[in-house]
Design a protein around this ligand. Structure first.
Ligand SMILES: [Zn+2]
Length: 51
């Protein structure tokens, strides 16, 4: 379902991309995670969206 309201779209994007991805195994982790929940690696990167 497409979102037309720009403000809601912005909020939706912020929520969608508030995750971290493990560089080692690619698992998604909570934003405040310090280590990967699957492989315990500390090598996490924030998920970014392209502009
Ligand atoms: Zn991992």
């Amino acid at each position: 379902m497409p979102i037309r309201d720009p403000e809601k779209l912005q909020i939706a994007l912020e929520h969608t991309f508030r995750v971290k991805i493990c560089r080692r195994c690619g698992a998604l982790n909570p934003w405040d995670a310090e280590r990967c929940r699957r492989c315990k690696s500390r090598d996490l990167r924030p998920k970014r969206y392209k502009k």
